[in-house]
Write a protein that binds this ligand. Structure first.
Ligand code: GDP
Ligand code: MG
Length: 440
């Protein structure tokens, strides 16, 4: 598939903006990749449509061809769709008891995941109790007990002659009497969605104060995962999802489908049968796995870095000629913000005292950046070149134009002068840093 993709890329000419044709050609391959990854076809259809709308007319980034630019957008949209960042199970603070109900079809991995989550919570300093509410599957209770023992977590069981809801209630009572602050209910699944299973879960939810219902889904079930997730969400309501068996060769399209259909976050992924094989869910990693275009994505990342480097190199060239302008100032502030480690860079500069450092650092603050931008944009081209000083009347005009105080303009000029001096001292700084020797 990636070969096919590369061909698409080759065939596309380099141009400034994405045309509808570019986007359609690249999205055709994306569509195949998603279907191959077992993303539900309806989800694929909607997703591709929304990406198409966003992509047509977008600028093609330097260093990318149109096809790659489309993939970049696809990847971003996938990450956005899957939640942008990791989500944790919501736990009540202190001694308050959080009741977590596990739900899912038989064989999805509920019992295993119950024990895995217990281990994670224990690491966090919680005191979890596991409740054996699967009274149907032979050996289900013994399985939970074995797993609980391995994790060093107590298992509450009443055998198989009680109703699950009563076991759940008794477990919560046991927890409150014995200082447990999390109760995880390991419930029974069925081979397929059926009323009895749903009713059982609904009954537990009605009679026990369940604060988190976690759906466990086998990632290998692919397209079926959507039906499972949407039915559970509809009938009992879920708070989050654990996707199991991602250690196999499935590309994990279920992650995208489930998130798109239920809107509920994926909390963890199961990466094996061992109880330590439970990992945090990272939307960006999952997007790359589902797309199956690791190489392309790496290339895109590289292009992004190169772009920043190109800008930095240009600035450095100007700096060497000592033509530091207000535009450069703005650009350097933006770059520094991106680099993050402003304090660490500045602390290495000779003659940069604490207060000066703080001033510059303060200026990188979001709101102040906007003000600085407004002031610089209120300058004439000549003023922006920073070659001659600004007279009070000019300063007043700039202040008026930007809707700020004249003192703000004064501060900007002062900081600009400081930065200019600093830049001259160290021309290598805004480059990759490597040329600058001790700053590499
Ligand atoms: P339940 O019926 O939902 O309780 O499912 P189980 O917890 O009993 O798991 C069913 C089978 O899937 C067991 O053999 C587990 O070892 C296996 N399993 C569960 N999670 C994972 C996983 O993340 N990776 C792999 N490879 N196997 C898993
Ligand atoms: Mg089970």
């Amino acid at each position: 598939l990636s070969e096919k993709l590369q061909n698409v890329f080759k065939n596309l000419r380099r141009k400034g903006r994405l045309t509808e044709e570019d986007v359609k050609a690249a999205l055709k391959e994306v569509k195949l990749a998603l279907l191959e990854a077992d993303v539900n076809f309806k989800v694929v259809k909607n997703f591709v449509k929304s990406v198409q709308e966003r992509a047509v007319g977008s600028d093609v980034m330097n260093g990318l061809n149109p096809g790659q630019m489309v993939i970049k957008i696809v990847n971003e949209e996938m990450v956005k769709l899957m939640g942008s960042e990791t989500t944790e199970i919501a736990l009540k603070p202190g001694i308050a008891i959080t009741v977590i109900m596990m739900a899912g079809l038989q064989g999805a991995g509920k019992t295993t995941t119950t024990a895995k989550i217990a281990g994670k919570l224990k690491q966090k300093g919680k005191k979890p109790l596991l409740a054996a509410c699967d009274v149907y599957r032979p050996a289900a209770i013994a399985q939970l007990q074995t797993n609980g023992e391995k994790q060093g977590v107590e298992v509450f069981s009443m055998g198989d002659s009680h109703k699950p809801v009563n076991i759940a209630k008794a477990a919560v009572e046991h927890a409150s009497k014995n200082g447990f602050n999390v109760v995880i209910l390991d419930t029974a699944g069925r081979l397929h969605i059926d009323e009895e299973m749903m009713d059982e879960l609904i009954e537990i939810k009605e009679q026990v104060d369940v604060s988190q219902t976690i759906l466990v889904v086998d990632s290998m079930t692919g397209q079926d995962a959507v039906n499972v997730a949407s039915t559970f969400e509809e009938k009992i309501g879920i708070d989050g999802v654990v996707l199991t068996k991602l250690d196999g060769d499935t590309r994990g399209g279920a992650a995208l489908s489930i998130r798109a259909v239920t809107g509920k976050p994926i909390l963890y992924i199961g990466m094996g049968e061992k109880l330590s094989d439970l990992e945090q869910f990272y939307p960006d990693r999952m997007a790359s796995r589902i797309l199956g275009m690791g190489d392309v994505l790496t290339l895109i990342e590289k292009a992004q870095e190169d772009l920043d480097e190109t800008k930095a190199a240009e600035m450095e060239k100007r700096l060497r000629k000592a033509q530091f302008t207000f535009d450069d100032y703005l650009e350097s502030m933006n770059q520094m913000k991106k680099m993050g480690g402003l304090t660490s860079i500045l602390s290495m500069m000779p003659g940069m005292g604490g207060s000066q450092m703080k001033q510059i650092e303060d200026a990188v603050d979001e709101k102040k950046m906007a003000r600085i931008e407004a002031m610089i944009y209120s300058m004439t081209a000549r003023e922006r070149s920073g070659q001659d000083g600004l007279s009070p009347s000019r300063k007043r005009r700039i202040a008026n134009g930007a809707g700020v105080d004249i003192s703000d303009v004064n501060r900007l000029v002062k900081q600009f002068d400081q930065m200019k001096k600093m830049m001259k001292q160290m021309p290598g700084m805004m480059g990759k840093g490597k040329r600058g020797g001790k700053f590499g």
